[in-house]
Design a binder for this molecule. Structure first.
Ligand code: NI
Length: 214
């Protein structure tokens, strides 16, 4: 999910023990089939693997370069029920991590909704207000296959819902009226090139900084 401008994580902050410099991956865009797929459930074959650890590192790097606060595996063209996040809640507390096979706990039908601006790295340059439940509980497993539960409130709750939607083949624009959806598609058509240029410039800056350190 797209970050709010004021909530951008500090550049270069360590996110995990990196084995080697992670790779910034291409982010898939609305219209690509993989974003409409219900992704593959992670299994024992995935858990604890170097390949999975590497993918998580690469997804963090990709998310940071794109100024995102959440990123799902099918957004980097990988068919797997996995997302990463680095997202502030409404109290300014930063939440960072990953989850596989996430399932959103059933929500009270009388739950409180909050409306906030939402965007998506796969719909580059677009964003609009959308109402979502103010609190979310997601259950799944970590990269070692151990059960985890993530509770989120405010903007972080929104992120958890948005990323879980991705793994079910959903995009936030599906939750909009036809008119608003059309407006988002117009915005992304107008702004995507600029967003791609910004991402490329930031990737080059970070690569340059890493070269100077190493
Ligand atoms: Ni998204």
């Amino acid at each position: 999910m797209q970050s709010r401008q004021q909530a951008r994580p500090p550049e270069g902050a360590p996110v995990s023990e990196l084995r080697e410099r992670p790779t910034v991956l291409r982010i898939t865009e609305v219209g690509e089939e993989i974003l409409r797929r219900s992704c593959r459930t992670a299994t024992e074959e995935d858990f604890g693997s170097e390949r999975l650890a590497r993918l998580i590192d690469d997804m963090f790097a990709t998310m940071h370069v794109a100024d995102g606060c959440g990123l799902a595996a099918n957004q980097v063209d990988v068919d797997l029920r996995l997302f990463v996040y680095d997202c502030p809640d409404d109290d300014g507390v930063r939440h960072t991590g990953h989850i596989l096979n996430p399932v959103i706990e059933e929500q009270d039908p009388g739950r409180a909704l909050i409306e906030e601006t939402e965007g998506c790295l796969s719909v580059p340059g677009a964003g609009t207000k959308l109402a979502r439940p103010a609190r979310t509980v997601v259950r799944g497993v970590n990269q070692h296959g151990e059960a985890i539960t993530i509770e989120g409130a405010g903007y972080f709750a929104r992120c958890l819902q948005h990323e879980t939607d991705h793994l079910n083949g959903g995009l936030y624009i599906d939750r909009l009226s036809a008119r608003d959806r059309k407006r988002m598609m117009k915005q992304t058509a107008d702004r995507r090139e600029k967003v791609f240029a910004e991402r490329a410039a930031k990737a080059a800056r970070l690569a340059g900084a890493a070269d100077r350190v190493s």
